[in-house]
Design a protein around this ligand. Sequence first.
Ligand SMILES: [Zn+2]
Length: 64
Amino acid sequence: MPNVEEDCFINCPYCLESIEIRIDLTGGENQFLTYDCEVCCRPITLQVEINADGVIDIITERES
Ligand SMILES: [Zn+2]
């Protein structure tokens, strides 16, 4: 069964808690997502980059 989702941990840019998110690997190597923090419920903007080796880089930003 191909692995099409990856669980990653990010730090919320508002409350700094570590939260788990699920990345859909079929969504392309550059993805822009928003995710509501499970702790403080504020919207986090995520910029996801998946490189050729399958390494996932995630940049978190506060929604402006
Ligand atoms: Zn938070």
